[in-house]
Design a protein. Structure first.
Length: 270
């Protein structure tokens, strides 16, 4: 787990500041409910029910998903609790109109992902941005591994794998500074995907098409994700462990990626 620099600021203080911004109304109730849940004052079921009372249309879920996303990116120590809350919200009945037509599917939480990405791109502090991004990847991976669909799981994880293992030169002697930076940035993202959802990712054999396919020619097999490509990625992770030019933490994480991929394989093949 990556500990965000935001943790220096107490999460309760963060939510209290958000409450002050609301000037009352439904949004304040939602933030207070999430705060009470994280403090243990109410259960996940009780919190979900309270939050659900304000859900009427798709737009009405925006603030809840946004706050869940923000907290997951800033305060990873609350991931497990937030997963319980999201799962409880998913158990709420679908919202229907007077004609019985479904007006809101609670499994559509694209607002949560969009709000997090939007907030992160506005943050001018690179360290904070990056820590929060890694935490967000970890949360999405955990959601997916628990069977809670996350937006574009396949596309997002494939992109990070490709950026880490297919976008740098084949040998270290050809590295430029940007290649070293790419590995230092992308290996931690891959680590979160594999550590938290490795068994799910390997099961997506031929179900996803990584982006961008075959750029720089490091992978010459089928354009879609397949077991052979997974094996290629694993071999590249093992290769990164021996690179002298990358950060020591990158080498350490690459070792963890290799071990996690092997563990996922063992579970996949039974």
């Amino acid at each position: 787990m990556f500990i965000s620099s935001e943790m220096a600021r107490n999460w309760e203080a963060y939510l209290q500041d958000e409450i002050k911004k609301t000037n009352g109304g439904q949004i304040q109730k939602e933030v207070e409910t999430i705060r009470d849940f994280l403090k243990g004052a109410v259960s996940s079921t009780e919190a979900a029910t309270q939050l659900g009372s304000g859900f009427t249309t798709k737009d009405s879920t925006y603030n809840v998903w946004s706050f869940v996303g923000q907290i997951s990116s800033k305060y990873p120590e609350h991931h497990e609790a937030l997963l319980k809350l999201v799962a409880a919200i998913y158990q709420l009945p679908e919202v229907v109109d007077q004609n019985g037509q479904v007006t809101l599917q609670l499994s559509d939480h694209s607002e949560m992902i969009g709000a997090v990405w939007g907030d992160l791109t506005e943050d001018r502090n690179w360290e904070t941005y990056y820590d929060n991004h890694v935490n967000s990847i970890a949360f999405l991976a955990k959601m997916s591994s628990l069977g809670i669909p996350s937006l574009n799981l396949a596309d997002d994880c494939a992109q990070d794998f490709c950026m880490a293992f297919e976008q740098t030169p084949r040998d270290e002697a050809s590295f430029k500074q940007e290649d070293i930076q790419a590995l230092n940035i992308n290996i931690p993202l891959v680590a979160q995907w594999v550590l938290n959802a490795g068994e799910l990712i390997i099961s997506l054999n031929r179900k996803i098409e990584p982006w961008p396919p075959n750029q720089k020619g490091l992978w010459t097999g089928p354009p879609e994700f397949c077991i052979a490509r997974w094996e290629f990625w694993k071999s590249r992770a093992a290769w990164v462990q021996g690179l002298k030019s990358v950060h020591p933490k990158t080498r350490e994480l690459a070792r963890g990626v290799t071990e996690a991929m092997e563990k996922a394989e063992a579970a996949f093949y039974g």
